[in-house]
Design a protein around this ligand. Structure first.
Ligand code: DWN
Length: 422
């Protein structure tokens, strides 16, 4: 395919010495779900290579697929996860108090999706503005009264907001910084739309958890960057933002919630703590990403070994009863399409998912059918692999009847391949 660019320079600092450490081969776009008619057509795949910058330590993929292909008609609805909505509400309620927000304030979210976060400001009478390029999802937010611009957030849009006097007291950007090709421009744009005393709150999956728990399946073409504190601090400093606090979140397999301002005399102890932790572990150095924590096994080999065990376990389970999966997550498609045996659909009968827009479609690469949770409940499977392992607790609770019967839930695991979720 030619509708992608291969980068030879770091997306943050521009340095040419970026070194590959995980080659996932040709992968389909993880949210490019297929219709039945698509199954007989040629499916687009793109190389997927993780590299780390020798200067600013940013982990990134080499390949940039055209964002309009990835995000214009999006199938990820944040409100499908109660965990996400609850996490957003807790954060918003704290920010309203700590930042003394009121009816004269403005809360902006970049990649605001279906309003899962801004709804909590709106309920408290705080003016809001969402910005999200997925027209189908922005429509859902607007229909719910959450003012949302169906656009990409660019420096041009930031300039227009400044010109119109739309400066924010708080800017949220959850799970989006990793998605934008103009990494510096996006951060510079946040600084532009912040009031002088404004607060930026950015959530990103944490590369420390990614490496240490071999969470390679969160690698896909939507995720261009994978942040450590070290790399995000250098990115923010370069663009005039100062990190004032860090919260470690369990969400999405481990994330950082980064608080930043245009200037601040005060920096929370959590910043020094994570700086020292990363220094001690060597997250700014290449061997952290290539090595295997003293095991002598490279990260790439750890991933290969994990998936070899995974598929061996799937075959064993399939010999004892029907195997299905739950959660047609983006990460699930990276997982199932890497180092996988021949006809996967013969091993995994279907994938259940609560997202109406996903039901009836087929997973990219494996062509496993995506069905409703009701279909899952009425089908007599023996084993169910939870692909969004980050929401295993929420899903297993929701589907508790499954394990009350003879069903067993499983999640991917580096040591075991598959680990029973109890
Ligand atoms: O960065 C991103 C992360 C935050 O979310 C996006 N680029 C894409 C997306 O990645 P993902 O699809 O791997 O995320 P999730 O949230 O782990 O996927 C959840 C999937 O599971 C969704 O398709 C919804 C489904 N689900 C379900 O069917 N029942 C989720 C829950 C909690 C449920 O109860």
């Amino acid at each position: 395919m030619t509708d992608y660019k291969y980068t030879t320079e770091c997306r943050s600092c521009g340095n040419k010495y970026i070194n590959d450490f995980l080659d996932l081969g040709a992968q389909p776009l993880v949210n490019a779900l297929l219709t039945k008619e698509d199954l007989d057509k040629q499916e687009n795949t793109y190389p997927l290579t993780l590299a780390v910058c020798g200067m600013c330590s940013l982990v990134q993929i080499r390949e940039t697929v055209d964002p309009s292909i990835l995000f214009k008609d999006y199938v990820y609805f944040s409100s499908q996860s109660k965990t996400m909505v609850d996490s957003a509400r807790e954060c918003v309620n704290k920010v309203i108090i700590e930042e003394k927000l009121n009816k004269d304030s403005l809360a902006v979210e970049l990649a605001s999706n279906d309003g899962y976060l801004l709804q909590h400001y709106m309920k408290r009478g705080i003016p809001i503005l969402g910005i999200d390029p997925a027209e189908n999802i922005a429509k859902i937010a607007n229909d719910a009264g959450i003012k949302t611009l169906p656009e990409f957030f660019t420096t041009e849009l930031a300039d227009a907001m400044v010109k119109d006097g739309m400066l924010a007291d708080v800017v949220h950007a959850n799970n989006v910084l990793a998605h934008v090709a103009d990494t510096n421009g996006f951060v510079a744009g946040i600084k532009k739309i912040l009031k002088p005393s404004g607060l930026a709150i950015i959530e990103v999956p944490y590369i420390g958890d990614f490496i240490e728990k071999a969470e390679f399946d969160t690698t896909y073409h939507e995720h261009l960057c994978y942040f450590s504190f070290t790399s995000i601090d250098r990115l923010f400093s370069r663009n005039g933002l100062k990190i004032t606090k860090i919260e470690r979140l369990p969400i999405h397999g481990g994330s950082l919630r980064v608080f930043a301002r245009k200037s601040s005399y005060w920096v929370d102890g959590s910043v020094t703590e994570i700086f020292n932790e990363e220094k001690a572990k060597g997250l700014e150095l290449g061997h952290y990403y290539f090595g295997g924590f003293g095991t002598g096994v490279s990260f790439e080999q750890r991933v290969f070994n994990k998936m070899t065990k995974f598929w061996s376990n799937v075959h064993e389970l399939a010999a004892t009863g029907i195997v299905c999966a739950y959660g047609a997550a983006a990460k699930g498609n990276t997982l199932l399409n890497y180092n996988c045996p021949g006809r996967v659909p013969s091993l995994i009968r279907f994938i259940a998912d609560s997202t109406p827009a996903k039901q009836g479609k087929y997973a990219p690469g494996t062509h496993i059918k995506i069905v409703s949770p009701e279909h899952f409940r009425n089908y007599n499977t023996k084993h169910c692999i939870i692909l969004p392992w980050n929401f295993a607790a929420e899903i297993a609770t929701k589907e508790a009847d499954y394990t009350r019967g003879s069903g067993k839930f499983w999640i991917p695991d580096e040591k075991l391949g598959l680990k029973e979720w109890k």
